[in-house]
Design a binder for this molecule. Sequence first.
Ligand code: ADP
Ligand code: MG
Length: 337
Amino acid sequence: EETRSTLRSTQILTSMPQLVSELVQNSLDAGARQVDIGIDTEAWACWVQDDGCGIPREGLNLLAQGKEKGRYGTSKTYGGSTLHASSTFGFRGEALASAIDLASVEISSRTAQSEGSWSIIVRGGSKIFAGQALRWRRERPGTIVNIKDAFYNLPVRRLSHPTPVTTLQLVKRNIENTALMFPHVGFTLENGTSERGDGASKTRLLTIVKTASTLAAFSQLFGKALIQNVEIVNEKAGNITIEGFLSLEGSRSRSYQFLYVNRHPVTSCDLHSVIDAKFSATSFGRKALDESGEPAPHAPSRRSPRKGERYPVYVLNIGVPSNSLDVTLVPAKTEAY
Ligand code: ADP
Ligand code: MG
């Protein structure tokens, strides 16, 4: 199918943070309620364990065939009325296949129907192992994807990669971003060696427990202070919805501005500036600017914060019909068109 092959060719794995995000999205697509994430920047390794629906043995075997037998592709429905972009991230069938080409990938999984856990190990598209899970056994459905040596065959991509510190920050930020849209899912992030067993040193970087709402998740992540005085947003115009909350008191930092389209984080988008401009026009925004002794700008620029300026705090999800935008075209999926 044409759309599908176009989508395939535009999707590339570009970085460790993006790779981790893809795995996390797969876990959410699989209906996970708990997602445990790890990263080891030195070993170019990451792992994501979930309690989602699992991948059937045949699916794993297809994945293990890698390049030779064509890609496993997506198990998610494409196009038309069957695709609900707001409820699923994946509709490209590309992330795992790409990872399998660019890294060592071990996937172990169990579905509700299967007798035990099935495992595959693939490196650079070649199958190394497929069989009963050796290291990972469990009673309930779920999946663990363990990636090592990412981009081993793309030295230039490794060289141009963000530093380990930046990589960790990006991964953490992505998880926080995602957690706000999936408050009913718990997340953990650890940093350390991917090897199991004694002597493994791991540091817990993030623990997000399940909550009932985005507001509660925000409070858990960033504290209550920023959301003392929020306005709940719940608007509908035609088939577009805007949901979330907005703090009129704002913050001195821009770090608390979360915008999504169909629950996909959006970082570069004119809408951020629109919201900033609206905020400046409110009494809170004006007061903040008056205190700084500087005139209110006509169009606040996102790049030049003034001293004393406050920025709105918000988490807003814009829901649009999935056929009216394509969030799959940009690999990092931070821009929507
Ligand atoms: P996509 O998510 O776009 O379908 P991926 O390459 O990311 O493509 O994944 C391919 C397929 O593998 C998915 O459609 C899904 O069926 C299966 N899969 C991947 N990760 C998981 C997971 N954590 N739990 C269950 N199934 C998964
Ligand atoms: Mg996916």
